[in-house]
Design a binder for this molecule. Structure first.
Ligand code: NAD
Length: 453
């Protein structure tokens, strides 16, 4: 079906006001939950075909997130969608003031391939919860998962309410010519700019969930074993193809050797084998070729092996890396972990500040002053102290970037707000009003208005 036909039908459907009914939204959230659970095996199979992701990781990092999101909104939708009473200032008395969350209308969600279910369906869930219609455009790079999602959505949702289009750059370019009321994009900073420009044509608000080089600082006051275990897990999860994965490590020089040894031990213990259930493949040849170019053989501390036939790259740690190395010039988005060292904590923070604002940043330390400086000095989307990646699992925290890593946020109530307009209503009594603001003005009125305002 043509994109504009679907959008037109969604616009007509939105006008019926049906999506504004909270019960209606809940019915479709429940329906989506049932569809996900009924089709769990189909979803596992599709993602396994796309990049060999295991059932365990798919459940832990995708399906469980989606089900949790649905449950969150089913539980909280009544209170989220209720008008919020706020105080009324003196000059507006006698009145009540309320903020009404209203749906934006016709929304577009463009997804990335690396967590294809979560990154497409979580924004959809927030959009439905907020009372919108929605067009989905999952990533063509995860072909089988995109097909699976499109089939599930298009066979079970009315197309004038929710519809999924398959397609790549050409199709997305066409879709982006249309006027939406909100675009929610997850992907690279480069394409984020294209989406932002297209949205500007129609003054469409956007949320851009982008990427960047997320640093991990490890100081001498860290618990080294815990740091190594958590970093290795977060880095090699999904073979490093995670937007919030640690991109590189900045470790204090005095503990570097000890820390490198712990990284080696941890990677070995986690048994990341080719074709094993523990370890995901690289999504495609193009990314595989890009990644192996980033491995400087002279700097390999651990790993460095790869196999083109099954798109396997061994977890690889690079040592003695400098800011000038190729691996430090772009977001890695793969299982290569460069380690740089520092001797002065302030200089370490300053070197992070030299780069674009990352999506995430992490610090491992038990020193409170270092924790405070890390939070105060660096600007980044979100992050953890003494952990990596896990902040995005807490729905009470907004998830999103800043600067080059994006704008806007979602998860929990933030997702609801992202897909809503906050409409301000002042409801004024028709009695009890002094004549102060009305002409004719006088010296006496100025005196009183100065006191009042
Ligand atoms: P991408 O930008 O290449 O693609 C994302 C989407 O944009 C896809 O649906 C694709 O079809 C579409 N697209 C690609 N080129 C386009 C063009 N020229 N015009 C219009 N549409 C186009 O990103 P990707 O490779 O899927 O994902 C990797 C990037 O996404 C990384 O930078 C990663 O950090 C980031 N990412 C961010 C988050 C987040 O939540 N912030 C999550 C996952 C990935």
């Amino acid at each position: 079906m043509y994109y504009q036909d679907i959008l037109h039908s969604q616009r007509e459907f939105f006008k019926t006001q049906k999506t504004k009914n909270v019960k209606f939204r809940k019915i479709y959230l429940e329906k989506l939950r049932d569809l996900i659970t009924q089709n769990e095996d189909v979803l596992y199979e599709a993602i396994n075909q796309d990049f060999g992701k295991s059932q365990f990781e798919t459940y832990a990092t995708e399906i469980s997130f989606i089900l949790k999101d649905i449950d969150y909104y089913l539980k909280n939708l009544n209170s989220l969608s209720k008008p919020k009473k706020v105080t009324t200032n003196l000059s507006n008395q006698i009145a009540t003031s309320k903020i009404h969350s209203e749906p934006l209308g016709c929304t577009l969600v463009i997804g990335a391939w690396n967590y294809p279910y979560q990154l497409t369906l979580s924004p959809l869930i927030a959009s439905i919860a907020a009372g919108n219609c929605c067009i989905l455009k999952p990533s063509e790079m995860a072909e089988n998962t995109t097909k699976a999602m499109a089939k599930i959505i298009n066979e079970n949702f009315p197309s004038d309410y929710v519809y999924a289009f398959e397609g790549g750059i050409d199709e997305t370019t066409e879709i982006l010519k249309l006027k939406f009321d909100k675009i929610f994009f997850t992907g690279s900073t480069k394409v984020g700019k294209i989406v932002y420009k297209a949205a500007a044509e129609h003054l469409t608000p956007v949320t851009l969930e982008l990427g960047g080089k997320s640093p991990v600082i490890v100081t001498k006051d860290a618990n080294m074993e815990v740091a190594a275990k958590r970093i290795v897990w977060g880095k090699f999860l999904n073979a490093g193809q995670t937007c919030v994965a640690p991109d590189y490590i900045l470790v204090e020089e005095s503990v570097k050797e000890q820390f490198l040894e712990l990284l080696r031990k941890q990677i070995t213990e986690f048994e990341y084998k080719p074709d094993s259930e523990q370890y995901t493949r690289i999504i495609n040849q193009k990314n595989f070729q890009r990644l192996i170019q980033l491995i400087d053989p002279k700097k390999i501390y651990f790993g460095g092996n790869y196999n083109e036939s099954n798109l396997y790259i061994e977890p690889t740690v690079l040592n003695n890396v400098t800011w000038e190395d190729n691996v430090m010039q772009e977001e890695i988005f793969g299982p290569i972990l460069p380690v740089l060292s520092y001797t002065n904590f302030h200089n370490a923070l300053n070197s992070v500040l030299e780069s674009e604002k990352p999506l995430s940043a992490y610090i491992f330390t038990n020193n409170d002053e270092e924790k405070d400086l890390f939070i105060q000095k660096l600007s980044f989307g979100g992050g953890c102290i003494n952990d990596v990646v896990m902040h995005l699992g807490n729905d009470n925290l907004p998830f999103g970037g800043v600067g080059n890593s994006g704008m806007g946020s979602y998860h929990g109530k933030f997702g609801f707000e992202t897909f809503s307009h906050q409409k301000a209503i002042l409801d004024r009594a028709t009695w009890g009003e002094p004549d102060l603001k009305y002409p004719p003005y006088s010296e006496n009125k100025i005196k009183w208005i100065k006191k009042l305002l």
